[in-house]
Write a protein of this length. Structure first.
Length: 148
């Protein structure tokens, strides 16, 4: 496994899977090509395709990023719903390697997420705990002490 693949796995491990339950996900923006960039210049770079579904909003995440460049925008390709190009500004002259993490894209649904199986399970567990609590309360409130 090369360094870039290890980085990608680490990133996927760090991003909470709970985001998926509320209809949100974070995708790493990975360079699909190697490119030399010069400090103070704007350029475009091909990125690995990121699927952006209809009825979603994609926002660049600013707190986790590559310090050598700034991602200014992401372009959706000719193929429907796939982002494949980024506009970047170079903070320093450097070589961007293929597979290098450039930043992150947060993708959120704009329509309510249907109730999924996990939420259904949480509601069921909550109801069961509430029922047990009520039964325990009944036993203690209605019982006569001492019991012997």
């Amino acid at each position: 496994m090369d360094l870039m693949a290890e980085d990608k796995k680490l990133i996927q491990d760090l991003i909470p899977s709970e985001l998926k339950f509320i209809g949100m996900r974070c995708e790493p923006i990975l360079a699909a090509e190697g490119k030399e960039v010069k400090k103070g210049h704007f350029t475009t770079i091909k990125i690995e395709g990121i699927e952006i579904e209809p009825s979603t909003i994609a926002v660049l995440v600013n707190f986790v990023k590559n310090t050598r460049i700034e991602i200014l925008d992401i372009f959706v390709s000719e193929k429907a719903n796939v982002a494949d190009t980024a506009v970047i500004y170079a903070n320093e002259s450097c070589k961007i390697k293929k597979g290098e993490v450039l930043g992150f894209l947060k993708i959120s649904r704009t329509i309510p997420v249907e109730e999924n199986a996990v939420m259904h399970i949480f509601k069921k567990i909550n109801k069961m705990l509430t029922d047990v609590e009520e039964k325990m309360e009944e036993k203690f409130v209605k019982s006569e002490w001492p019991i012997w």
